[in-house]
Design a protein around this ligand. Structure first.
Ligand SMILES: *[C@@H]1O[C@H](CO)[C@@H](O)[C@H](O)[C@H]1NC(C)=O
Ligand SMILES: *[C@@H]1O[C@H](CO)[C@@H](O)[C@H](O)[C@H]1NC(C)=O
Ligand SMILES: *[C@@H]1O[C@H](CO)[C@@H](O)[C@H](O)[C@H]1NC(C)=O
Length: 244
C-alpha cells in the first residue's frame, strides 16, 4: 500500500500544474517569450488578408504556430515557412503584404526564411536581412520587391540557398558582395536586371560550392555568357540565356 502512493500522486501533479505537465511530456516544446513577442510584432506589420497567421496568438506556444519551426531541443525559432502555398484562384487572396518588420532580427537562430509568392508592393528588400547571421535559406521568389538589391546580403556568409527571382524590377549595380557567400549552392536571380554589372561573370564564377544557377532574363551581355561554361565548372544546373 505504501508504495502505491507516489504512483497515484505523480499523475495528479501532472494535472495540477502546466509546468509539471511539460516535464511529464518531453515532446512539448515551449517557445522563447522574447521570440514570441518578436513574431507578434512581425505579424502586426504584415497585411494578412487570407488570415494565414490566425494561429499566431499570444496565448499559444509559438512553436505550434502555423509556419513556425523550433529547434526541438532548445525551443528557439529556426524556420519560418511563409511562402504562399496556394495557387490558381486562391493565390492572390492568400498573399502576405505590408511591411517586413526588423523584429525578425530578434530571431537569433533563424536559419530558414521563405517569403515566396507574396506581395510587398514594389518595396525594396530590407537591408537588415543582411544582419540575420544564421540564415542558410532565403527564398524571396516573387515577393514583389523592387529596386536595388542591398549589398548587405553579402554579410550572410552561411547562406546555402538564395532566390531573388521573379520580382518587380530588382536590379544590381555591383555583384561584388556575392563572392562573400562562400557556401552558396543555389543562386536564383531570374529576371533580376544585371545589365549595369559588367563583371557579373567574374562574381558568379568565384563560388567553390555553387551547383545551381538561374539567370534567365537578366539582361546579360551575351558575349560573356558564351564563356560561362568554361569558368563555372562546378555548376551542374544552369539556365541563363541560351548560351549556357
Ligand atoms: C530533433 O531533431 C532532429 C534533427 O532535426 C531529429 O533527428 C530528432 O529525431 C528530433 N528529436 C525529436 C525528439 O523529435
Ligand atoms: C518556399 O515556399 C514555397 C511555397 O510553399 C515552396 O514551393 C518552396 O519550395 C519553398 N522554398 C524553399 C527554398 O524551401
Ligand atoms: C555588413 O556589410 C557591410 C558592408 O557590406 C559592413 O559595413 C557591415 O559592417 C556588415 N555588418 C555586419 C553585421 O556584419
Amino acid at each position: 500500500m505504501r508504495n502505491s502512493r507516489p504512483i497515484i500522486l505523480f499523475p495528479l501533479l501532472c494535472f495540477l500544474s502546466s509546468t509539471i505537465s511539460i516535464l511529464c511530456d518531453p515532446n512539448t516544446l515551449v517557445c522563447n517569450e522574447k521570440e514570441k513577442h518578436a513574431l507578434l510584432r512581425f505579424k502586426k506589420a504584415l497585411s494578412n488578408p487570407g488570415n494565414r497567421l490566425s494561429s499566431w496568438s499570444v496565448n499559444q506556444d509559438c512553436c505550434r504556430w502555423e509556419a513556425v519551426r523550433c529547434n526541438n531541443v532548445t525551443g528557439r525559432v529556426v524556420e519560418l515557412h511563409l511562402g504562399n502555398p496556394y495557387d490558381a484562384d486562391d493565390y492572390e487572396f492568400y498573399r502576405l503584404g505590408g511591411e517586413i518588420s526588423p523584429a525578425l532580427l530578434e530571431l537569433e537562430f533563424l536559419s530558414y526564411l521563405n517569403l515566396s509568392w507574396n506581395d510587398f508592393g514594389g518595396s525594396p528588400i530590407p537591408s537588415f536581412l543582411g544582419s540575420m547571421g544564421s540564415l542558410r535559406y532565403l527564398d524571396l521568389t516573387s515577393v514583389g520587391f523592387g529596386g536595388l538589391v542591398p549589398h548587405q546580403l553579402g554579410n550572410l556568409s552561411t547562406l546555402r540557398h538564395l532566390d531573388l527571382g521573379y520580382n518587380n524590377g530588382l536590379y544590381v549595380e555591383n555583384l561584388g558582395w556575392i563572392s562573400h557567400l562562400a557556401f552558396l549552392k543555389y543562386l536564383g536571380m531570374n529576371g533580376v536586371d544585371l545589365h549595369r554589372e559588367v563583371h557579373w561573370l567574374e562574381s558568379v564564377s568565384m563560388f567553390p560550392s555553387l551547383s545551381e544557377l538561374h539567370l534567365s532574363d537578366c539582361e546579360l551581355n551575351s558575349n560573356k555568357t558564351s564563356s560561362f561554361g568554361s569558368v563555372a565548372t562546378s555548376v551542374s544546373e544552369c539556365c541563363c540565356v541560351e548560351y549556357c
